[in-house]
Design a protein around this ligand. Structure first.
Ligand code: SAM
Length: 289
């Protein structure tokens, strides 16, 4: 059996298949076995779980997932990696590899075709431009998964985990925390990858909530308020809400803020999720009136 986390193996594969890393596809492969174990432990993968892995690369993580899970479906965009995956992890009978761009797949259809009635966790180590849209698609479309275990750039992880009032707290923090309970699985230094990237990473476990953490009269209005609120950072909520896409006039914005018990001169960065919810419900009532 090949030692998949060894740089020697990666060099052997590169030579045998004439493979070279694609920077554009964010190809930095894990070469530290301890990191893989920490991710699999943090994801709490058991033989009852199915896993959707996005971006298997040469299969280092895939191999560990196949050993622990009931079934693994891995989606890889780079067709040059398909014969390589066949050699490295093709012996696992519980693995299906799909050559596709995850951003272009019909996700509900993918879930239904492979995981009907199963308990599913998503595991992904993706380039940064794919990660946020993928997280948001799975959460917003309420696809049937229990958790997303994702390796992301340290800074994006900080934004997701940020509490109200902190510098990195923003619309992404509110949205991810609304749909899930995020926790840090492990920090991963850049030295754990080949080739070495320019940023450090963190693995987060986003445990998908079964119920909304706040009472909302209209969920999409809640997100519109959050978006408008953070639209112009450093602006007061009065200015942000009266110049955003909600189409509120200044007196209307002032009215809903006062109704929600929020100072019109406050900034979005200071509001917690409950306050955003109260504010969104006040906007809903104003629009109904
Ligand atoms: N999971 C492997 C590891 O940890 O060593 C590889 C991770 S590497 C950072 C990212 C992988 O995602 C690459 O194999 C890349 O080709 C793949 N990828 C990039 N964009 C993708 C997309 N839109 N859909 C599916 N796979 C993608």
């Amino acid at each position: 059996m090949m030692e998949l986390t060894s740089p020697k193996t990666i060099r052997y594969i590169m030579e045998k298949y004439g493979f070279s890393f694609s920077k554009g596809l964010g190809q930095n492969f894990i070469v530290d076995g301890r990191v893989l174990e920490r991710i699999a432990d943090g994801a709490e993968i058991t033989s009852e779980d199915c896993v959707l892995e996005i971006g298997p690369g040469i299969g280092v993580m895939t191999n560990v997932l196949c050993e622990r899970a009931k079934k693994v479906v891995a989606v890889e965009i780079d067709k040059r990696l398909i014969p390589i995956l066949n050699e490295t992890v093709g012996h696992h009978h519980n693995l299906t590899v799909i050559n596709a761009d995850i951003l272009k797949l019909d996700l509900p259809a993918l879930m239904a075709a492979h995981f009907e009635g199963e308990r599913v966790k998503l595991v992904a180590n993706l380039p940064y431009y794919v990660t946020t849209p993928i997280i948001m698609s799975f959460l917003e479309e309420r696809l049937p998964i229990d958790a997303l275990v994702i390796m992301i750039q340290k800074e994006v992880g900080e934004r997701i985990m940020a509490p109200p009032g902190s510098k990195t707290y923003g619309a992404l923090s509110v949205a991810v925390q609304y749909f899930s309970e995020p926790s840090i699985v492990t920090k991963v230094s850049r030295g754990a990858f080949m080739p070495i990237p320019t940023v450090d990473s963190v693995v987060l476990n986003l445990a998908v909530r079964k119920e909304s953490p706040v009472k909302l009269l209209d969920e999409s209005l809640f997100f519109a308020v959050v978006k408008d609120g953070f639209g112009k950072r450093r602006k007061t909520l009065l200015n942000a809400l009266s110049s955003g896409r909600l189409g509120l006039s200044k007196p209307e914005a002032e009215q809903v803020l006062i109704q929600a018990g929020v100072s019109p001169s406050a900034r979005a960065e200071t509001l917690d999720m409950n306050q955003f919810a109260t504010l969104a419900n006040a906007v809903f009532k104003l629009k109904q009136a």
